[in-house]
Write a protein that binds this ligand. Sequence first.
Ligand code: V47
Ligand code: SF4
Length: 363
Amino acid sequence: MSDLLIQSCEEPVRIILQKALNGERISEKEALVLFKDAELASLSYVADTIRKRLNGNVLYFVKNYHIEPTNRCIHNCKFCSFSERISRTGWSFSFDEMMEMVRQLKADITELHIVGGVNPKYDLDFFCRLLEQIKKEKPEIHIKAFTAVELDYIITQSGLSFEEGLKRLIVSGLDSIPGGGAEIFNPEIRKQICSSKTGAEDWLKIHEIAHQCGIPSNATMLYGFFETYEDRVDHLSQLRKLQDKTKGFNAFIPLKFKNKNNEFSHVPELSVVEEMKNYAISRIFLDNIQHLKVYWPMTGLENSRMSLHFGVDDFDGTIDDSTRIYEMAGSIENPTLNSVEIEKIALEEGLQAVERDGAYNEL
Ligand code: V47
Ligand code: SF4
């Protein structure tokens, strides 16, 4: 039946999908053809087949907690609903306040995700001390912290090279780097959506150095403004090239632009069809990145469930109502799921939920 689906596609889509099903790498041009001409049902079939081949019939999740140190930020990204400039309620937690959050963590939390605005109040020494103290309190916890944009700022301010700065953070307890700040690599689009922020070259360089220093990272792509399919394919291609070199990316996380409470509120959000298509083509194109993650607090539960049929194998985390970034952009309020709820979602979608730790070891 599903092979019939592929056979019924017109050329060249049929040939490209057959190639992907055979385990062959597709080119940038071929990915573009899929974006422009492929039917959603056939993309779903191929992405789902690849997901099963890579990860079995499993839906991974992690018990995690987010600390967002501050929403006071020197940058002015037009899509941001989180920064004090837009939300009008600002915070910047002190060392002790963040340590109190760590002490209050439930015993079964295995991953701490620390990401916030770029705020000169915090420097490299501050974050190294914070990491050291967290590891003293919770030696087993995996700390995934600081986007390349935050790293760029704190390391540059310290006068160290990226390599020296990253090594200091790693010695202090940093275990991996989250995927934020990648946005879309095309410099022209970046100029329009986040002009002051770390450019694509430095974003990629910081991740490359982190991989060389022995820690993994994730990668994101923020899409759905006025970028073209060519821009998205170029973004995916730059990630695939770096991954060929370092093998350091654990997961890719596509993030569809949400338009509430930001300077781009006039830009309409993409349809769910476009969103699912983007998951599927990401899964097909990124043949060297093991996991495709849906960040459910942002995507919403209904669409997140649907994404499990378009190549996604990683549901991110339990979150425990610890993030504000997406709620502010118009997503789920008070996001939290327990493992029983994630297991139920997995089962209803024909998958088996498997708890993982921050390093993707099954627990
Ligand atoms: O870099 C900000 C995006 C990112 C909006 O690595 C928006 O495990 C859509 O990267 N609409 C930060 N997206 C979050 C992030 C992340 C989240 C969860 C897990 C991981 C991981 C990484 O959020 C930003 C930006 O691309 N973002 N505003 C918005 N209005
Ligand atoms: Fe700052 Fe991040 Fe918001 Fe940009 S997206 S303004 S870097 S908090």
